[in-house]
Design a protein around this ligand. Structure first.
Ligand code: MSP
Length: 759
């Protein structure tokens, strides 16, 4: 590796590339937002930065998801990749390049890499029988019929003639590499895990597949496609121009490789810290400088993931609170590297405490008073008293703490340090009350007092704003204008924002007009976000049903047959519990987005206790639609996790009152037939004893209609009717979901009368 003196002033960072088997959710947005914040700070430090993201589009998992949706893999991948890119744009993420592994530039680079590895003798042909986990796209060392030790899904026995990579030859080299580069991987838990994996012995790795075709053909042996992880990892170099003859591509590769940081989720450490450096070493390419693993975003106690059905979309939060609020929450609430729980309550609480009542309110108070008392022009500060000196010292401490913490990826600590300054500035303002003239103070002295206090508070805000820009880019841009500092994007092109020192707010600076930053969120903001999620789920169901099929996004949507799966696996021991933030007084601007869930702040401090307790009790149908009752779609391609059910946590409990809202009844199937032009739908007529009704169920791929006639099943009888393909569906079937997503209808061993209620 190059020594620090030789390291040019450039920075290359990457997100993992996202599988296109389902639409983006907050878990995906998390890594990308973290990278965006880092990229913005690096640029603000004056460093020539390249930020890459993209989508991982090959492999069996995508091929199957596409088939399930009735699309070609290419169409399917294009649609979902577009959703990822569109969302990153909507969130204002400043990636420099977005790579799709189906692009020609990538294919060319991967084939080049494969050929180099083969020419250098690190790839040979052999035959292999083993257990393959399609969900993880990985061979796993378990007996036939056993689930994947990583994700719990069922493995498949696969025998193939494959190309193998001589991974075993890199055991010692990798261990030496880790030893010589202690900062190569982190956090410490990842480092320990990876080293112990390598120490336990490395077997050669199969790097091609023949049983499916959705991939990059092996050069010279086109019945093989390149193993999806070799294909995917190579994106980090192909995007820069590896394998291209174009001098501009070659120059970019020379300039930015090796990557400074691959930011990844903790479950893909082995691929990035073992296989990737080994591939690169074998090809004679320098390994990346560091790999950093983030923890998981948990929702309702489980990893947020489409197969669990417990996802929240970034769009929902953005629509109600704005993208900056989401960024702030993710970086402040979750110590990087650990798992962290997401909840709408915690989000709203943190937003109100730190942004609406905290920073936003502080800016609004100071900017408004400078306008009111000084016509919007920064006054001369005058001689400092002990109070100004104390605030200056706090500011100096915040500056000293923020940068190193941020650069160590301790975003939460960096923000904590900055918010100490927010609180101190707020306290300074309150203690010195420039709006209040004591009778004994002369007008002249009062004017001086006001000038000193407002100029000093303004300076503290300037520094907070400069530093927080990478995390709150839109809000910082607004504040920068209000402080009369101009376009923050321009300031961010040099080290101006990061090299801040006390005393930069000059007397005579003309402030811009005050504009609202973070309108206070009312309590119904939580319900509103939840409703948006539920609404989205319903839209996806409708869309899928209209087609009688799955939309690109449909693998994550509940179909009209429900399945019951074990509850999500227990949360990791390093789960962060959500702490209410500190409240503060607020007098605050109007609702800019015109949303009635955001209103003027009141002067009351945030009632954090009551907000923590106020987890809304949703109607049961919404619980079902949002997946919070561990109900997954029967058409989920990845199947259900096989972990034993975790003991329910307090927040997951529903009351008996909630449960009895679901009217589960025994019914008998009288008629079952396919719905024309809908591959997945069956039209059933069922008898409940007291009435007959029609139900549409997405089980056509798994059940022959004729064989269903006469069968007694369980239905949700009081589900609101909905139309699919022009037909009304009145209820929902209950089924267990097998690991491959196949449903097994619930039934009884004893005879039960029609219409009997399940309690
Ligand atoms: N395609 C591979 C990565 C290849 S990189 C050469 C992949 N894709 S993924 O879509 O399954 O995951 C992409 C990233 O999103 C991973 O880093 C994963 O950890 C992250 N997340 C997905 N769900 C997440 C949470 N609930 N929380 C945090 N990150 C999560 O793996």
């Amino acid at each position: 590796m190059k020594s620090p003196e030789q390291v040019p002033s450039r920075y290359y960072l990457t997100t993992p590339i996202y599988y296109v088997n389902a639409r983006p959710h907050l878990g995906h947005a998390y890594s990308t937002i973290v990278c965006d914040a880092i990229a913005r700070r690096k640029r603000a430090l004056g460093i020539d930065t390249w930020f890459l993201t993209g989508t991982d589009e090959h492999g069996q998992k995508i091929e199957r998801s596409a088939a399930l949706a009735g699309r070609t893999p290419a169409e399917f991948a294009t649609a979902i990749s577009g959703e990822f890119r569109g969302l990153w744009d909507q969130l204002g993420l400043t990636y420099d390049d977005f790579i799709r592994t189906t692009e020609e530039r990538h294919k060319r680079g991967v084939q080049h890499l494969f050929a180099v590895l083969r020419d250098k003798g690190f790839i040979y042909k052999g035959s292999y029988t083993g257990q393959y986990c399609v969900s993880d796209e990985a061979w796993v060392d378990v007996p036939a019929g056993a689930p994947c030790p990583d994700c719990g899904r069922m493995t498949e026995t696969v025998t193939e003639e494959n190309y193998f990579f001589k991974l075993s030859a890199f055991e010692r080299r990798l261990l030496e590499f880790y030893e010589a580069n202690p900062s190569f991987m982190g956090p410490e838990s990842t480092r320990r895990e990876v080293i112990s994996f390598v120490r336990s012995g490395l077997k050669d790795l199969s790097v091609s597949r023949t049983s499916f075709s959705w991939g990059i053909p092996v050069p010279g042996d086109e019945k093989h496609v390149v193993y999806v992880w070799l294909d995917a990892l190579a994106n980090y170099i192909t995007a820069l121009g590896y394998g291209s003859d174009d001098p501009a591509d070659q120059a970019r590769f020379q300039k930015f490789w090796p990557a400074d940081m691959h930011l990844i989720g903790k479950e893909i450490s082995r691929f990035h810290c073992v296989y990737w450096p080994a591939f690169l070493m074998a090809a004679g390419i320098e390994p990346p400088r560091s790999v950093r693993a983030n923890g998981w975003l948990l929702f309702d106690q489980g990893k947020m993931s489409k197969s669990r059905g417990n996802i929240v979309r970034a769009e929902t939060v953005q629509a109600i609170l704005g993208a900056d609020a989401l960024r702030y929450f993710l970086l402040r609430e979750i110590p990087f590297g650990q798992d962290g729980s997401f909840s709408f309550d915690a989000l709203v609480q943190r937003y109100n405490a730190d942004l609406a009542n905290g920073y936003g309110n502080l800016v609004s108070r100071v900017v408004n008073m400078v306008h009111k008392y000084f016509g919007g022009v920064v006054p001369e500060t005058g001689a400092a008293t002990a109070a100004e000196t104390a605030l200056r010292d706090t500011t100096v401490n915040a500056i000293a703490a923020f940068g190193p913490a941020f650069d160590e990826l301790n975003f939460s600590e960096a923000l904590k340090a900055l918010w100490i300054l927010v609180a101190e500035t707020d306290g300074y303002l309150t203690a010195n009350a420039p709006w209040k003239k004591p009778p004994e103070r002369s007008d002249e002295d009062h004017a001086k007092h006001q000038a000193r206090v407002l100029a000093t508070a303004g300076e503290a805000i300037r520094i907070i704003t400069a530093l927080v820009y990478p995390i709150l880019p839109d809000s910082a841009a607004k504040v920068w204008l209000q402080l009369g500092q101009g376009d923050i994007a321009e300031a961010a092109k040099s080290a101006f924002l990061t090299d801040v020192a006390w005393g930069g707010l000059k007397a005579g600076t003309k402030f811009g007009a005050p504009s609202p930053l973070f309108p206070r969120a009312e309590k119904d903001a939580v319900d509103h976000m939840q409703n948006l999620e539920d609404e989205n789920n319903r839209t996806v169901i409708e869309a899928a049903s209209q087609r009688g099929d799955a939309a690109p996004s449909a693998p994550e949507a509940p179909s009209s047959a429900l399945s019951i799966e074990p509850a999500p696996a227990a949360a990791s021991p390093s789960v962060v519990s959500v702490q209410p933030g500190a409240g503060g007084a607020a007098v605050h601007g109007q609702n800019e987005r015109g949303d009635h869930h955001l209103t003027q702040a009141t002067a009351a401090p945030v009632d954090s206790e009551s907000q923590v307790e106020s987890i809304p009790v949703e109607p049961i149908a919404a619980e079902l639609a949002s997946g919070r009752l561990s109900v997954t779609p029967t058409n989920a391609p990845e199947g259900a996790p096989l972990h034993p059910a975790a003991p329910p946590q307090a927040a997951q409990h529903i009351s008996i009152d909630d449960f009895v809202k679901v009217d589960l009844r025994v019914a008998q199937i009288l008629v079952a037939e396919r719905v024309p032009k809908a591959d997945k739908l069956l039209r059933l007529e069922v008898d409940l004893g007291y009435e007959k009704r029609q139900i549409l169920a997405g089980i056509a791929q798994f059940y022959e209609p004729e064989k269903l006639i006469g069968r007694k099943i369980v239905i949700v009888a009081n589900l609101a009717p909905r139309k699919m393909r022009g037909l009304e569906s009145n209820g929902m079937l209950l089924a267990a979901s097998l690991p491959d997503g196949a449903p097994v209808l619930a039934g009884f061993l004893e005879d039960v009368p029609l219409g009997a209620r399940l309690k």
